[in-house]
Design a protein around this ligand. Sequence first.
Ligand code: SF4
Length: 286
Amino acid sequence: MSLPIVRIQRHCLHDGPGIRTTVFLQGCALACPWCSNPEAIPLTPPAFFDEQKCIAHIQADAPLCAGCPFPESGAAPRTCPLGAVHPASSPVEQDAVLQHLMKDAALYRDSNGGVTFSGGEPFLHARALRPLLEALREEGIHIAFETSGFFPPEQAPILLPFINHLLLDLKWMTTPVFNPEISLPPDVFEQNLAAFQVAAAEMTYRLVLIREFLDVPGKRESLLARLQELPPAPIELLPLHHLAESKYRQLGIPFTPLSAPTRSDQKAFCSQIKTLTDAPVRLLRL
Ligand code: SF4
């Protein structure tokens, strides 16, 4: 069985405890406008077009480029013999993924790290992922999942017995923006949160800090109230970054120019959360 792999990133320090390898999977039920992996949102992989690799600006009439619309109209081509177009993800056999993940097994053990599945929404691939999780469990590898909690609730019990740590991204900056390709029950987040609570996995909540939303009157108060209602668990705050801007350009989709709060405002909000919740709160810097 294969998995739609967007990328496998080694030596990650912010995707759960210790040093980890993170597996990004294709497809998400949400389509947050600030997503740092916009290529992972559609169920079918979109194509990146990297103009830097296109030779049209130095040789517009290259024989290999015959029929390409880009030199004439500027429209992104669907294919490119010179590698300027590539799909956001490709299917990779489970055995190959496992082999790749096991390259850093010693590092996971030494750092109390492991493997993290992210995306996209990794729970969308519950059936395909289960054999891989079983194999990782047999190898004694710590398994974390980064999830929004927005996925069909019947997927949770397939994977939860194998997961050691859940990183729950709270999509609370705005009302959730949905990917129209996937339909979910209206109370999906509550259902999945309930399943997470009875699972043995440790939990960490994560919240992206976006100045434009935090500055809306009453927003911070409502966020603080909602955080207080959650079962206690450590909270990680992630100021928005713009590392994904070039990906939006290469995918031909609009980039929403949002920003992070100032460093002092981040610290102030972090202190407010610490005061109101009993949980440890950490401000991350990516
Ligand atoms: S085929 Fe590739 S290199 Fe040639 S013009 Fe099109 S995008 Fe550029």
